[in-house]
Design a protein around this ligand. Structure first.
Ligand SMILES: NC(=O)c1ccc[n+]([C@@H]2O[C@H](COP(=O)([O-])OP(=O)(O)OC[C@H]3O[C@@H](n4cnc5c(N)ncnc54)[C@H](OP(=O)(O)O)[C@@H]3O)[C@@H](O)[C@H]2O)c1
Length: 383
């Protein structure tokens, strides 16, 4: 059943495999040799696979430092047009998605809420079956704005708690009242002649302490950060009473960030890869050239051919096989099943290393570039 350590998890139906199966990677998050062992009640696995006996399907989750189980694959909601959101939510739940990556800034949380309500009301799933992430926008970093911002997201999503709330960027912008403009986006005042991003002097510590209060109030189960570098993370860890459970950053074959992932592994912070498909998300907004598509690279095409998988499945599998959560976005119902079907094969160590070798430290989503081009403001954050 386990030739060469490869397990076809989608076809596991051996009744002797009681209840919970766990897959353990021998490498932690490190990009070195990967070997799988099936363990029964094994100790702190990084990837844990649960078998649904009714459907014969599996879902994988990553155990967080808080004990919560983060589903390793979620549906990204950035740039999903409002009108299609409710149906996409329903179809994605039918396809097996249980994790949704939302944000105030995506401007579609009310529509996500509509889709979730429809799914609950029709009995498709229950709230507790899902993992819902949202993100605190930059204009709400001051302590007094954090809870109202969360409450607005909760109201739009029609939920009474979040599984994960993330600080979206380590960038504090001047406050824009919810009643004035929502989502506020990047410009402080888009109506003026030369609109700009305007910053506010709010320390991360103030924002983090307000995030911790949300956990104490039971409004969010886990808190974390996005787009933080190592220096900021170290600083945050020096005062955090509740440590960040998750760091969400851009990660794909052109930006592999080994040191950051290793640091998070050592600190027991789970890592979620955004833009896991690389350049794909950035063509339509002029932030990548079509020639930069990872999916068209000969290395990926060859591996895809070998495994009889699509290039996207290879790149997504690369992410989860590193022990990362991934949140691929698609607006197309026909791609939902494709993006989830990445647990029935394994990349070899050689293939993993080949893909790691494609790294170019190419960051597509960099405020140091896009804020000047699109928002008239020089705003580097990673240097
Ligand atoms: N925290 C942050 O600052 C931050 C920043 C960026 C993104 N995110 C989160 O991460 C999520 C994912 O990142 P992303 O949307 O930037 O990029 P992505 O998921 O890597 O790529 C999305 C793009 O790939 C296409 N695509 C999806 N599945 C495909 C497949 N099987 N084959 C070929 N193309 C496919 C999509 O087109 P179609 O829609 O046409 O399928 C879309 O153009 C976001 O939606 C958001 O939730 C967070």
């Amino acid at each position: 059943m386990i030739p060469n350590g490869v397990v076809d998890l989608w076809q596991l139906n051996d009744p002797s495999l009681a209840g919970l199966l766990q897959i353990r990677t021998a490498i932690g998050f490190r990009p070195i040799a990967l070997s799988f062992a099936i363990l029964f009640n094994g100790a702190s696995p990084l990837l844990r696979v649960q078998l649904d006996r009714k459907t014969g399907t599996v879902s994988t989750t990553i155990k967080l430092s808080t004990g919560s189980q983060l589903p390793a694959v979620g549906l990204g909601m950035w740039k999903v047009d409002k009108p299609i959101v409710p149906n996409l939510i329903e179809q994605s739940i039918r396809a097996g998605f249980r994790h949704f990556d939302c944000a105030c800034d995506y401007g579609n949380e009310a529509e996500v809420g509509e889709g979730l309500q429809a799914a609950f009301n029709s009995g498709l799933c229950r709230r507790e079956d899902l993992w819902i992430t949202s993100k605190l926008w930059n204009t709400y970093h001051a302590a007094e704005h954090v809870k109202p911002a969360l409450e607005k997201s909760l109201g739009d999503l029609q939920l009474d708690y979040l599984d994960l709330y993330l600080i979206h960027f380590p960038i504090a912008q001047k406050f824009v009242p919810i009643e004035h403009r929502y989502p506020p986006e990047w410009f402080f005042d888009p109506e003026v002649e030369s609109p700009k991003i305007e910053l506010a002097g709010v320390p991360v510590r103030e924002t983090w302490e307000a995030m911790e209060e949300l956990v104490d109030l039971g409004l969010v189960k886990n808190i974390g950060i996005c787009n933080f570098n190592l220096q900021l993370l170290r600083d945050l860890l020096s005062y955090a009473k509740i440590r960040p459970a998750v760091l969400q950053v851009e990660l794909h074959p052109r930006l592999t960030q080994e040191k950051l992932i290793r640091f998070c592994d050592d600190e027991d912070i789970a890592v979620t890869a955004f833009s896991p498909l690389g350049a794909e998300s950035y063509f339509s907004i002029g932030m990548a050239d079509p020639g930069e598509s990872v999916l068209l690279q000969p290395e990926i095409l060859e591996i895809a051919q070998r495994h009889q998988k699509t290039p996207a499945q290879i790149v997504l599998r690369f992410g989860v096989q590193r022990g990362l959560a991934i949140v691929p976005k698609t607006s197309r119902v026909e791609r939902l099943a494709e993006n989830l079907a990445i647990f029935d094969f394994e990349l070899t160590e050689e293939e993993m290393n080949l893909i790691l070798g494609m790294n170019q430290n190419r960051r597509f989503n960099d405020p140091g570039d896009f804020a000047e081009a699109a928002f008239n403001t020089f705003l580097p954050i990673y240097e």
